[in-house]
Design a protein around this ligand. Structure first.
Ligand code: DAH
Length: 347
């Protein structure tokens, strides 16, 4: 019987298989219910007393050897499998959940791109603004009725501190610090104390444009707007409607001919085919003087574009509130995945 144990010990120590199947059969062969060790433990009972001690010890040694061997081979097998997996280049990649850019960011970037190509730089200003930059310098004196056009969130009174109601405040700041020629666009967030509906929201985004030089005329303005609508929408039928803004004289609103090809076109253009896309005009001489620019020497134009409006047109989005709901599925649908280089949805 002792010689049987010797035979098993040699077998165990020379066992070297690393495949999980073979390790498992080896384990069952020795440690299973009907395995060698159980059989030997049963036989132990019939071993003569004087041999019991030595036999028992050898049996325990064998059991220990088997347990250690199985453990060792299993861990070796785990390493081998791991290497195999990492070397398998045909394995499908784990899905990468990347974020998407928001349509507002996409449209803003596109507008910046269009104007940078013709020499406009980008300027920014604070969202918490004082009365001077948001209103007074822009020809909106205290009690000016046009202040009511933009219901305001006030943060503090005397002096008045407020959330800017438009990005026109940035043109004031820019003119105060720079001398003509000035060619700048200012994208940013603006705030108005208005009832939220499918077409208006308290927070939205604008891009302000400003060009000041010694010979800027209304025809330069028309040309630049035409360039912009062609570049952004691929449409060049536009019209200028006389309008009023305190900071420009003359002032106009620009409509783009969107067409009446579908039912949606009818709905969004209220059956006219035309859509308003921005306000603009020649900078009022009072505004220039307020910003230390001599209106006798310089003239300029300004324009203000609502980014949500443009994005709604570009993507056919009907409810402005959906921009701010942070619905991941919505952003995935309209947004542009920055990792997807073939995507065309990024405009
Ligand atoms: N600030 C105007 C608004 O928020 C938009 C605007 C109109 C800006 C005409 C301009 C402009 O610079 O010339 O409604």
């Amino acid at each position: 019987m002792i010689s049987d144990l010797d035979k098993y010990r040699t077998e165990v120590s020379s066992f070297k298989e690393t495949s999980s199947d073979k390790i498992e059969s080896f384990r069952i062969k020795y440690l299973g219910k009907k395995g060698i060790l159980n059989d030997l433990f049963t036989k132990f009972k019939s071993v003569p007393d004087k041999e019991k001690r030595e036999f028992g010890r050898s049996l325990n040694v064998l059991k220990d050897m088997v347990l250690k061997k199985v453990e060792l081979l299993k861990s070796q097998n785990f390493q081998v499998e791991k290497i195999k997996i990492s070397e398998d280049l045909s394995r499908t990649a784990y899905p990468i959940h990347s974020g998407s850019r928001h349509p507002i960011s996409i449209v803003t970037a596109k507008i910046i791109d269009i104007f940078s190509q013709i020499g406009f730089n980008i300027s920014e200003g604070p969202e918490i603004e004082d009365d001077w930059h948001n209103f007074t310098a822009l020809n909106l004196e205290e009690n000016h009725p046009a202040r009511d056009m933009q219901d305001t969130f006030f943060i503090q009174s005397s002096p008045d501190i407020l959330l800017r109601t438009h990005t026109s405040s940035v043109q004031v700041r820019y003119m105060e610090k720079n001398i003509p020629p000035i060619r700048t666009i200012s994208p940013g967030r603006v705030y108005r104390n208005e009832a939220i509906s499918s077409r208006s929201h308290c927070i939205f985004h604008q891009v302000e444009g400003l060009y000041i030089d010694d010979q800027v005329s209304f025809s330069s303005l028309k040309q630049i707007i035409l360039y912009f609508t062609k570049a952004l929408f691929g449409k060049s039928k536009i019209r200028f409607r006389p309008s009023y803004f305190p900071f420009t004289e003359p002032s106009a609103e620009v409509d783009i001919f969107w067409g009446l090809e579908s039912e949606t076109d009818y709905r969004i253009t209220k059956g006219t085919g035309w859509l308003e896309i921005m306000g603009c005009g020649m900078v009022d001489p009072n505004v220039l003087s307020n910003c230390n620019i001599d209106p006798e020497k310089f003239s300029g134009y300004a324009f203000g574009i609502g980014i949500e409006r443009i994005a709604m047109l570009k993507y056919g989005i009907t409810d402005i509130r959906s921009f701010y709901e942070s619905d991941f599925r919505w952003i995935q649908h309209y947004g542009f995945n920055p990792l997807d280089l073939n995507s065309t949805s990024g405009l």
